[in-house]
Ligand binder design. Structure first.
Ligand code: NDP
Length: 404
């Protein structure tokens, strides 16, 4: 296969993992360009990556014109967008106009409204088909691997999936009083908005963090988990119409929730601008500026994450359950890429999909979600690239804690 050129936008926690992992794939890439708002961050990542040469550039990814100029200069085959969800549309537009395949890890979100859904990006489908280009959406862990886990279970273990619970636990500790594991602005917007889940063809809305229960995570034990809306629910219920109920759960410590509540109560999580010393500033953006960068949390992070899909459905007329999951240790992630496990579990799946698109395995003109491709080649690479997974069929969905 002729080697290809890869472009990556975004030099944060996830961008670090993507570039480090892709730069080890000298069998398929001849050169990588890492571009972001702050060039010095790109240079630091490039200096520590290889053997594929990594060039760097500054770009404002909100500007379609700037993006087109840079893409035309470098001439990549594929662009991985690991900037922020705000930039999805401008980057998709630029890829379309320059004839480049597109991949991201989070769906579009307008800056002035804490709301995310796929409609804006799905609207590009016909134009991508016409251009003969592939756009693959949501290739992180959740969304991303959780979509592939569901597709894998549906392909190999079920005739019909009826109930889906996506369960996401971070049982790690970074040793700081309060920090978010990915971009603070996006993270806090996600958690402070109303929850939502799917039941019998309808979306049921809840107040933020209104519903919670203890979930028993493999090798971690029971942890309080809160029902949130998460974007993969939207595509999974569309593509697996036999699903009767789909929910998403995430763990938060009591300390995290207390800090968040205080920040909310004093107005620091608001996205409506306020006047400060003659300037309009958005409180949440200011808060982001004073919180630790997700990319800086890795070195002292202890413990592990556990993310998976608990599925119930029918096979050969009988009820069946399935739990597919990955546990990822923060220190192992740091050892591999100098990043914590949340950036790692997002960056590795993006690296895998990029590899499959580059090799032509995941190429199909149009705009797609992860579950619309064959899950098998992805699942084969997942363990090999650092995220081994386990599957339990018809087992008890309760796990023993490891011995002390
Ligand atoms: P970070 O904040 O660490 O990194 C974001 C990067 O994007 C920064 O380097 C930032 O530049 C750059 N950036 C922001 N705006 C622009 C712009 N206008 N032009 C160019 N570059 C820009 O975030 P993460 O790495 O934690 O997250 C990256 C993405 O991954 C996000 O979209 C997030 O939602 C997604 N994600 C997905 C997950 C999944 O499982 N699917 C899980 C976790 C994250 P600067 O350095 O100057 O600020």
């Amino acid at each position: 296969m002729e080697k290809k050129r890869l472009m990556v936008i975004g030099a944060g926690g996830v961008g670090t993992v993507v570039v480090k992992k892709c730069a080890r794939m000298a069998d398929i890439y001849e050169e990588i360009l890492l571009a972001s708002r702050t060039r010095s961050k790109c240079d630091a990542i490039a200096a520590d990556s290889g053997p594929v040469p990594v060039r760097t550039a500054e770009v404002d990814a909100d500007s379609v014109d700037d993006l087109i100029r840079l893409i035309n200069r470098f001439n990549p085959n594929l662009l991985i967008n690991v900037a922020l969800p705000y930039q999805d549309i401008s980057i998709m537009e630029a890829c379309l106009q320059t004839g480049v395949h597109y991949l991201d890890t989070a769906n579009y979100e307008p800056k002035d409204k804490a709301e995310f859904e796929y409609s804006w990006q799905w609207a590009y489908h016909d134009r991508y088909v016409k251009a003969g280009l592939t756009a693959l959406l949501g290739s992180g862990f959740d969304p991303g691997v959780t979509n592939v886990f569901t597709a894998y279970a549906a392909k190999h273990y079920f005739d019909e999936i009826h109930y889906l619970d996506i369960v996401d636990c971070n049982a790690g500790s970074h040793g700081l009083p309060f920090a978010t594991n990915f971009n603070p602005e996006i993270n806090i917007r996600e958690i402070t908005q109303p929850g939502r889940y799917y039941k019998d063809g309808q979306w049921i809305k809840t107040k933020p963090l209104e519903i919670s229960k203890d979930i028993d995570y493999p090798r971690i034990g029971p942890k309080p988990s809160y029902l949130l809306f998460h974007e993969e629910l939207e595509s999974l219920v569309k593509h697996f119409p036999t699903i009767k109920q789909a929910r998403f759960w995430m763990t938060f410590s009591q300390q995290y929730i207390t800090y968040l509540q205080v920040l909310q109560d004093v107005g620091m999580t608001a996205i409506k601008p306020v006047e400060f010393q003659g300037m309009q500033i958005q409180p949440l953006q200011f808060l982001k500026a004073v919180l630790p960068e997700p990319a800086s949390l890795g070195e002292n992070y202890q413990g592990e994450t556990s993310i998976g899909c608990q599925i119930r459905g029918i096979k050969d007329g009988k009820e069946r359950t399935c739990y597919i999951f990955n546990n990822c240790n923060h220190q192992s992630a740091y050892h591999d890429t100098k990043s914590q496990a949340v950036s790692y579990t997002t960056g590795v799946p993006a690296t895998i999909s990029a590899r499959l698109i580059t090799q032509g395995v995941y190429q199909k003109p149009g705009v797609w979600n992860m579950e619309q491709f064959d899950p098998d080649p992805f699942m084969e690479l997942l363990g090999a690239l650092g995220l081994p997974w386990e599957i339990i069929i018809d087992g008890q969905l309760a796990f023993e804690k490891p011995e002390a």
